[in-house]
Design a binder for this molecule. Structure first.
Ligand code: NAP
Length: 254
């Protein structure tokens, strides 16, 4: 399979590395042009390109950049991408910390719906609710007890099926979490966010989310984020924290 990845940081880099290892033909791009991504691409066996090159002639596209970057991608760069190709959006909105405020999202528009409008094409939301460390290291063979499950939201069933297969390849149980309009259920500080639940628990977490609560919890979380990383230095301690903190946004807790 040919896979184009825009953004090769913690998330995009982990995805690129694994898909190359699995035998896929992977092209990678960052914000600074082909030369700037050559070293990383060479180190994992991918091909260095730019944003346009990453989406030309591929079977799947992954965009894994800060929200601000979505506004800087080339105008119309997805226009020739065939309709069956998923554009997977791993991105999360962190206003006031990393991202500028976006009025539509602050007013309640699901983040990936806003991203779709910016890109002029429906995206598939996936890989946004797992920490980079778990994404890189916690994938397990299908059937392993406790295997982490990841929600996949989007409007096109063919694209979603491709995205689910790519989640499976990373070693996780992908499951259909509904439409893009529903995708607020997996945004930052919802019950399924950074909680590494197995399948049934992850489905319950998606179902229990209460619309409008998570952004408030996110902002409270971000206000204390500096000390958070000192208090919870290990991935396991952070997962435990998020299971409790994010559950206060669940229907059963309200
Ligand atoms: N880190 C996590 O644990 C985690 C978990 C789930 C989801 N996410 C979300 O996934 C996205 C990526 O996160 P990350 O932690 O991987 O970020 P990161 O480590 O900061 O890496 C960001 C990458 O995006 C590239 N980039 C930025 N603007 C770009 C543009 N306009 N065009 C092309 N490439 C661009 C950067 O390239 P340059 O170096 O050239 O600028 C870099 O390769 C974010 O939206 C984040 O919220 C993160």
């Amino acid at each position: 399979m040919k896979i184009g990845i825009i953004g090769v940081g913690a998330i995009g880099g982990a995805l690129a590395r694994k898909y190359v290892a699995n035998g896929h033909d992977v092209k990678v791009a960052n914000s600074r042009g082909v030369d700037a991504v050559k070293e990383f691409a060479g180190s994992i066996g991918a091909q260095a390109t730019d944003a346009q090159g990453a989406v030309d002639g591929v079977d799947a596209i992954i965009i894994s950049i800060p929200y601000l970057g979505l506004e800087k991608l080339p105008e119309g760069f997805l226009v020739n991408v065939p309709s069956h190709v998923p554009v997977i959006d791993t991105c999360n909105y962190y206003p006031g910390v990393r991202d500028p405020n976006i009025a539509d999202i602050d007013a309640g528009k699901p983040e990936s719906l806003w991203a779709s409008e910016r890109l002029g094409r429906g995206v598939i939301k996936a890989f946004n609710n797992i920490e980079a460390d778990a994404l890189a290291n916690q994938g397990k063979p299908k059937g392993t007890a406790g295997r982490i499950a990841l929600p996949v939201a989007g409007d096109d069933s063919v694209q979603k099926a491709s995205a689910l297969a790519l989640v499976e390849e990373m070693g996780f149980d992908g499951f259909d979490a509904g439409s893009l309009q529903d995708s607020w259920r997996q945004q930052p500080n919802t019950p399924v966010y950074s909680t590494d639940f197995p399948l049934e628990d992850a489905k319950n977490a998606i179902a229990s989310a209460v619309q409008g609560v998570a952004p408030k919890r996110r902002d409270e979380f971000l206000a204390g984020a500096m000390t958070f990383w000192e208090k919870y230095p290990t991935p396991a301690s952070r997962t435990e924290y998020f299971r409790v903190y994010n559950a206060t946004n669940a229907a059963s807790a309200s």
